[in-house]
Design a protein around this ligand. Structure first.
Ligand code: NAP
Length: 241
């Protein structure tokens, strides 16, 4: 297992939720971080939080959905050892009644933006480094249509990039299922409570993941030098039922 001490790590989505917890864990191990997000207030709070571990922390305000801005951001990035991407909007519901614009947005956000991140990251990734993307699990094609396709797309992206970048670097993904994070900040509280109850009853382990459990999977994939092309579900076994 390689150490993260002194490594340079870029986290798209390091200002909140799972990505912020990955940043805290990596900084605790001595890694230097570049945290990327859209919201300046969240970025500043995350920088102060992660800087408390005593390593170097920078922030970049970028909307990854804007591919021109994404390219400019990568052009300005130094080389790095690991990159984590938390980018990916989601949707619920089946195909029949879904708005095409929403399906397109989710595919653009979850799949095409991460393809572009992978392409641009490949040029800046140091030898023995890794990329860790975010897939997802728990939804089905009939109740999470474009999210389901987007997750399959991430799993394929990881396989392709892993083969293309080997032996120089590794590429993997973590697949969370529904988790109580700030991701749901704009969803009404009663709706969040009802979804939470549904997942607690459906997940075979009868509870939600903690943000810590998810973040640990990203850290594990950065540490373990012999895992590539994999998507690891941290989902309490939700797809077993
Ligand atoms: N929580 C769940 O139930 C769940 C389940 C399955 C999969 N996931 C996936 O896990 C990932 C992270 O979720 P989370 O729960 O940690 O959510 P979160 O707390 O909202 O964190 C998301 C992070 O990504 C950043 N981000 C999102 N879109 C971006 C963009 N276009 N450009 C730059 N930064 C962007 C956010 O920054 P800003 O706030 O500044 O935009 C924030 O730092 C998402 O891809 C989500 O689809 C979550």
């Amino acid at each position: 297992m390689s150490s993260l001490n002194g490594k340079d790590i870029v986290i798209f989505g390091g200002s909140s939720g799972i990505g912020l917890r990955v940043a805290q864990g990596a900084a605790r191990e001595g890694a230097n971080l570049i945290l990327i997000g859209r919201d300046a207030t969240r970025l500043a709070a995350a920088r102060d939080d992660v800087a408390a571990f005593g390593t170097l922390v920078e922030t970049r305000q970028v909307d990854a959905h804007d591919h021109a801005a994404l390219e400019a951001a990568f052009a300005a990035l130094p080389e790095f050892d690991h990159l984590v991407s938390m980018v990916g909007d989601v949707m619920g519901g089946g195909f029949v009644n879904a708005e095409m614009s929403v399906i397109r947005h989710v595919m653009e956000s979850k799949f095409f933006t991460n393809v572009r991140i992978g392409q641009l990251a490949a040029a800046k990734l140091r030898e023995h480094g890794s990329l860790v993307f975010t897939s997802g699990t728990g939804g089905r094609a009939q109740n999470a249509c474009a999210s389901y396709v987007g997750n399959l797309g991430i799993n394929a992206l990881v396989e392709g990039l892993a083969a293309e970048l080997a032996p120089r670097a590794r590429v993997n993904a973590v697949s969370p299922t529904w988790t109580l994070t700030p991701f749901w900040r704009n969803t009404p509280k009663e709706q969040v409570a009802s979804i939470q109850q549904h997942f607690e009853e459906t997940i075979p382990l009868r509870r939600l993941a903690s943000i810590e459990e998810l973040a640990n999977a990203y850290l594990f994939l950065m540490h373990n030098d012999f895992i590539t092309g994999q998507h690891i579900a941290v989902d309490g076994g939700i797809m077993l039922g």
